[in-house]
Design a protein around this ligand. Structure first.
Ligand code: F6P
Length: 316
């Protein structure tokens, strides 16, 4: 029997637990022995690696987060700790890795591969949806649905008062969550890092809308824009002339019961990733677009910054 391990690294997403469940079940079906590496690259360095059983994954499909923990490891950036990680894998005869994470995770993995040639398949997993080469990252759909529920609730109170709400979504320096939320929530304003803007250019139009009966505004802004949510709210009060409130959605976006789409994506990402490793595909990222799954080299994926869909951007 061959040994295969999985780890989660960076920001957790809803969909990681369904992925862990499929990992254990499909590995066993393929006569592989599955191992969990706890707390990301930290656990790889600290030898926190254990054989995974059916009971480890029983009942976890409904839960957000990751049962095996995640971390942003600073030590893994140093070659001496990567050498320890390799020793730990060798001691357990593990020579295949599934790695769930984002861009930072993949860069670390690429360096690890160049030094130690441990075969891997990386699964894009970040609510930011900012990984080059794939249209979809695990966890995005659940995050968008959590945001949708929050914005719909805010609309209830916004419409009861004459107020502007400034709602900030996550994304680090990628405006994907804000852009999709704007297009699907009927908000009046969307500010994202990818698009230059001047608030002053909206003032005249917004004032005229108030004169013509608009009672409230919903604005969706992304983490990473040039102004804080508080500054945008102050602009609404001073220049548009409407009372404003700020809602920073924050880490609520990372949790919640995984959506059907994320459960299915977890299932299919993991199944295809294990098949690819068994076929001898040894340093790829599994990507997904309208045509289905495809495998890209880690160099290609980590080599450039993700660009948002031009058609969607043109609607702003
Ligand atoms: O990468 C996912 C993400 O949630 C980003 O959107 C956000 O900027 C960051 O992680 C927050 O990181 P932390 O959980 O370490 O505060």
């Amino acid at each position: 029997m061959k040994n295969i391990a999985i780890l989660c690294s960076g920001g957790d997403v809803s969909g990681m637990n369904p992925a862990l469940k499929r990992f254990v079940e499909y590995a066993k079906e393929k006569r592989l022995t599955p191992f969990f590496i706890y707390d990301g690259y930290e656990g790889l360095i600290d030898n926190n690696i254990k054989e995974a059983t059916y009971s480890d994954v029983s009942g976890i499909i409904t839960r957000g987060g990751t049962k095996i923990g995640s971390a942003r490891s600073k030590r893994f950036m140093q070659s001496k700790f990567r050498a320890i990680a390799k020793k730990n894998l060798d001691a357990l005869n593990i020579d295949m890795l599934l790695v769930l994470g984002g861009d930072g995770t993949f860069k670390g993995l690429h360096t690890f591969y160049k030094e130690h040639k441990v075969k891997f398949c990386a699964i894009p997993s970040t609510i930011d949806n900012d990984i080059n080469g794939t249209d979809y990252c695990l966890g995005v759909d659940t995050a968008l649905n959590v945001i949708k529920t929050s914005v719909d609730s805010i609309r209830d109170t916004a419409s009861s008062f004459s107020r502007a709400f400034v709602i900030e979504t996550m994304g680090r320096d990628c405006g994907y969550l804000a852009l999709i939320t704007h297009l699907t929530s009927g908000s009046e304003l969307c500010l994202i890092p990818e698009i230059e803007y001047e608030l002053s250019s909206y003032a005249k139009e917004f004032k005229s809308q108030i004169k013509n009966g608009r009672r409230y505004f919903i604005s969706i802004i992304s983490e990473g824009i040039k102004q804080s949510a508080q500054e945008v709210a102050e602009w609404f009060e001073k220049d548009v002339g409407i009372e404003a409130r700020v809602v920073i959605l924050g880490h609520v976006q990372r949790g919640g019961n995984p959506s059907v789409k994320d459960r299915l994506m977890a299932y299919t990402f993991v199944t295809n990733a294990i098949d690819a490793l068994l076929r001898g595909n040894e340093k790829s990222v599994i990507c997904h677009d309208n045509f289905g799954f495809n495998f890209k080299s880690i160099e290609e994926v980590t080599g450039s910054k993700k660009v948002l869909d031009k058609k969607l951007l043109s609607y702003l």
